[in-house]
Design a protein around this ligand. Structure first.
Ligand SMILES: Nc1ncnc2c1ncn2[C@@H]1O[C@H](COP(=O)(O)OP(=O)(O)OP(=O)(O)O)[C@@H](O)[C@H]1O
Length: 323
């Protein structure tokens, strides 16, 4: 059996007293788009930097296509595309010159393919990097990550700065890339991106893996909302005992509820009376995300409160501090 494209094995990385990554293990299969989700400072970039041998782990190991990240770093580069979160570029080169420079370092780049990528992402390669918007910089970063048709693409916050239409095209590109037998590892702190494009997702917080879930399973587990309009008044209590329902409120003949899992038991209970309309709400993955990161959210709230308190003591509280 071919080795997994990416294997992270009991990875730990400390910076002095800070444990940035704490005993993290997971594998990514061929043909997967795998999301790595976590708030700022959770340990995503540190994991990626260990994976790519940009920094050395304190303990544990990483493998790419069965090769050891440390010992086989040069060989791994041939099959790898990487979009860092902070791609350094020469400001005086144009986008095209930047790509030519990087292609020269790597060798074996097919320019018809690069032109196709530019067209798909609507990238303007004629201007100097110094004049670029953040979105255009990101497009050049994405193109350089895919220019060698990598078996494994590692992307750190790829949609930063991209407008929604370009995001759609970029996600279509990713799906096409994995359909051709390649693998994508994508880090993000945006739940909506991970939800839209990934097959599985690992949640990381404070350097520790909280969960690794299939997106389909997450969707099945996610809380959904439903609004039913009946021909006659209804009692919410009757629905609270239905399998999967965990909140129900009635207002005359209108029933609003939250449920998870299959809708079948709920529909069976509802259709025992005359239903005039059914309105299905969207999946609420945000609630699941908050469940994983509730402490962080509470801490962020407390920090904001502290910041507001400090600002209030200052003689002038206008500007960001006063908001
Ligand atoms: N070179 C370093 N020296 C000291 N501490 C570091 C260093 N790099 C990262 N850290 C710390 O390690 C922790 C994890 O940082 P990391 O950059 O991996 O998080 P992240 O999940 O990528 O966050 P973000 O979404 O903000 O990029 C943070 O507490 C960070 O301050």
């Amino acid at each position: 059996m071919a080795p997994a494209p990416i294997e992270i094995d009991h990875l730990t990385k400390r910076f002095g007293d800070v444990v940035a990554v704490d005993d993290v293990s997971f594998e990514i299969a061929e043909g997967e788009i795998f999301g790595f989700l976590g708030p700022n400072g959770a340990g995503k970039s540190t994991t990626i930097r260990c994976l790519l041998d940009l920094i050395r782990p304190t303990s544990g190991s990483c493998r790419v296509l069965g090769l050891d990240s440390r010992k086989d770093a040069v060989e791994i580069r041939r099959s790898l595309g990487f979009l860092p979160s902070d791609l350094a570029m020469y400001p005086n080169l144009t986008g095209r010159q930047t790509l030519e420079f990087l292609a020269h370092l790597r060798g074996g780049v097919d320019w018809a393919w690069v032109d196709e990528l530019c067209e798909r992402l609507d990238a303007d390669l004629g201007r100097r990097v110094a004049e670029y918007s953040s979105g255009n910089r990101q497009k050049v970063g994405i193109i350089q990550a895919f220019m060698n048709r990598p078996k494994v693409a590692v992307l750190d916050e790829p949609i930063t700065g991209l407008d929604p239409l370009v995001q759609l095209e970029f996600h279509a590109m990713l799906r096409q890339h994995v359909a051709e037998g390649n693998t994508v590892f994508l880090s993000s702190h945006t739940l909506s991106e991970v939800e839209r494009v990934t097959d599985r997702v690992a949640f990381i917080r404070h350097g520790r893996l909280v969960a690794v879930e299939r997106m389909d399973d997450l969707r099945a587990k996610a809380v959904r909302r439903l609004r039913l309009e009946f021909a006659a008044p209804v009692a919410a209590e009757e629905f609270l005992s239905v399998e999967g329902v965990h909140e129900a409120t009635a207002d005359g003949a209108t029933l609003t509820l939250q449920y998870e899992g299959s809708m079948a038991p709920l529909l069976k209970a509802a259709t025992s009376r005359e239903v005039l309309s059914v309105e299905s709400g969207s999946l609420d993955l945000d609630e699941m995300f908050l469940e994983f990161y509730r402490d962080e959210v509470a801490e962020a709230g407390a920090d904001a409160d502290t910041a507001r308190g400090d600002a209030a003591d200052e003689p002038t509280t206008t500007g960001a501090g006063g908001v």
